[in-house]
Design a protein around this ligand. Structure first.
Ligand code: C2O
Ligand code: CU
Ligand code: CU
Length: 426
């Protein structure tokens, strides 16, 4: 059920919210590869909405994009079979022009796939005990406690950037963790922020999964960059910490704001005696020579005619603003393609973008001509492009035909037209 509700983030103040089966965010949906899924979505809002399965390889009719909007009072009943490896995906609304507002008010949830590979790995997998979701979202509030969501011209350009950070819907939460190895499934669920995530003691940790599933081997890092919509699974070892000691999660926005967000308190007692495995899975790497087509995408923010920005088509991909009546790209079923994506920001408009493709998990071939960093090697559905950057990705379009979206996952950019449609045709 998609419905209106309210939360108390600050004592004495009520914040009107939206949620899935609850006041804010939604339940973590856990499925297995090969499982048949049947979900009923009731839209109890006064506005149209939709539910999109971000990262899911699913027939176009059940993708939940702007083609599958649910009217107020209406119901939607997607039925599909899970057809991809273990991963941390998520779901969120996707109605034309309303995605940013609905997500901001609280509509989002995790969608977790397990399979034989994840079963057989010796990694923390007990939800809420040593395997935790971490949904990061910055917010700003009016003095009366309401979320300050608006799309002013500045907000549309830079995205709605908040000065408070919610972790799983809470301000400054504490998480009790066992005295051992834990797993965090981190989602940048913000509307338009780029986050750099690290720990207050600068400890290192291992990344084990990118957007679409496990990497081949754990990658040792001490900070993580996630653009809006991206996920990362990490293993953090609290085994050497004194019981009772506290460490916090630091989240820094691209715009410079730094949050000491969530506090981890180490408990007495170990969860397990797990250590970080050497190998995780095998990834089938797509080869450049198998690509039958190269497409180029220029993500552009124009500095001229700024008054026109809102709904005016100043946020474009290849010079075009989103048009539901226009199919931007037609792709042959079972083909492999290279997409060359460029963040072509004008001098005065140095804005990051976050390119997301529905339907597929792609791989990054290179970033500005260089092999991607280890932490970006794996199955991806969303990729950060800083101003001036050029990223080449490769993807295989298989199993399903139909119309899917690609767009900037800065939701204020998406809502204002930085989105296009590709149709997979047989
Ligand atoms: Cu996460 Cu088209 O969206
Ligand atoms: Cu998506
Ligand atoms: Cu953008």
């Amino acid at each position: 059920d998609v419905g209106e509700s309210e939360m108390t983030f600050f004592p004495g103040y009520t914040t009107p919210t939206l949620g899935y089966n609850g006041p804010y965010l939604g339940p973590t949906i856990k499925v297995r590869n090969g499982e048949n899924i049947d979900i009923t979505v009731n839209n109890n809002l006064k506005q149209r909405t939709s539910v999109h399965w971000h990262g899911l390889h699913v027939p176009a009719e059940w993708d939940g994009g702007p083609h599958q909007e649910i009217n107020p009072g209406g119901t939607w009943n997607p039925r599909f079979t899970i057809n991809q490896p273990a991963a941390t995906l998520w779901y969120h609304p996707h109605a034309m022009g309303l995605t940013g507002e609905h997500a901001y008010m609280g509509l989002a949830g995790l969608f977790v796939i397990e399979d034989e590979v994840s079963d057989n790995l010796s990694i923390p997998d007990t939800y809420g005990v040593d395997d935790f979701p971490i949904v990061l979202q910055d917010r700003r509030f009016f003095d009366d406690g309401r979320f300050a969501y608006a799309q002013s011209m500045m907000d549309v350009m830079h995205g709605v950037i908040g000065n408070y950070l919610l972790v799983n819907g809470s301000l400054w939460p504490n998480l009790d963790v066992p005295n051992g190895l834990i797993r965090l499934r981190v989602l940048n669920g913000s509307n338009s922020s780029i986050y750099r995530v690290s720990f207050s003691d600068n400890r290192s940790f291992h990344q084990i999964a990118t957007d679409g599933g496990f990497q081949e081997a754990p990658v040792l890092i001490n900070e993580l960059t996630l653009s809006a919509g991206e996920r990362s699974e990490i293993l953090v070892n609290f085994g050497a910490d004194q019981p009772g000691s506290k460490t916090s999660l630091l989240v820094e926005q691209y715009t410079g704001n730094k949050f000491e967000s969530m506090q981890f308190t180490v408990q007495n007692g170990k969860n397990n005696s797990l250590s970080v495995p050497n190998d995780l899975t095998s990834v089938e790497w797509l080869k450049e020579e198998d690509a039958s087509k190269v497409r180029t995408f220029k993500m552009e923010t124009m500095s001229r005619g700024m008054g026109m920005m809102r709904r005016g088509g100043r946020l474009t991909i290849n010079g075009r603003n989103m048009d539901l009546g226009y199919i931007n790209e037609r792709i042959k079923l079972n083909s492999t393609e290279i997409w060359e994506i460029e963040n072509h920001s004008a001098m005065m408009m140095q804005l990051p973008h976050s390119m997301h493709l529905h339907d597929v998990q792609f791989q990054i071939l290179d970033r500005n001509g260089e092999k991607p960093a280890l932490k970006e090697r794996g199955r991806k559905d969303t990729v950060l492009l800083l101003p001036g950057e050029r990223v080449r990705i490769i993807a295989r379009f298989e199993d399903y035909t139909g119309v899917y979206m690609y767009h900037c996952h800065l939701l204020e950019h998406e809502d204002n037209g930085m989105m296009g449609q590709f149709e997979v045709v047989s």
